[in-house]
Design a protein around this ligand. Sequence first.
Ligand code: FPP
Length: 229
Amino acid sequence: MTPPKHVAIIMDGNGRWGIRKKKSRNYGHKKGIETVDKIISAAIYKKINYLTLFAFSTENWKRPKNEVEYLFKLLNYYINHEIKNLLKKQIKIKILGNINQFPFKLKSNIRKIERLTKNNNNIQVNIALNYGSRQEILMAIKKIFKKHLKINKTNLEKNLYTSNIPDPEILIRTGDTNRISNFLLWQCIYSEIFFEKKMWPDFNEKDFYRILKKYKRIDRNFGGLNERN
Ligand code: FPP
């Protein structure tokens, strides 16, 4: 089994974790940032080429204003504090999603980090922000239509946020919830899905390596038959 090139993660459970610790949902999000750092390092160690992290969905606007604002604050914090590290570790950041609705300062910070890291080549970390799979597919169809192109698989894939990125072999969701929540629906058709009981702030490198090990033992036949059948 060839090692996975792309691992996608739904980082769920921050809010519940914060409440369980008798703190706040926002405290859970803050802790979640530490796990982001750990898992990026683990993915680099395992020579994963692409890591995609679901950080803010098109549905997350429905959350209380204070939580949405806190998530934006954390993203700003992450960008300001991590830039040196991202450059040192040669991490390329790419945003998947439509950030037009984001506050001006955050938007320009996000654009800056994409620009500054664009030539890094150790790993590409895709951060899904204001991302929703249905919105992405509709956007791609509209772009194809506008360019008067044929509607086919190749053109559709070229017009998704994930253009030129291979489909994830692995999709992980933490937080003891077994659903996909509008994440990479086109790209994950043959992903091996791992639902983890742990909340995102408790998830660690060992959990990540355990999943990679389990993945190695899976026979993937993409709807066909493999040697054992
Ligand atoms: C889901 O947990 C998590 C989020 C909506 C936000 C994830 C954001 C971070 C980890 C921080 C920023 C990320 C980066 C990449 C810098 P939830 O709030 O839905 O948890 P719950 O299910 O317990 O309510």
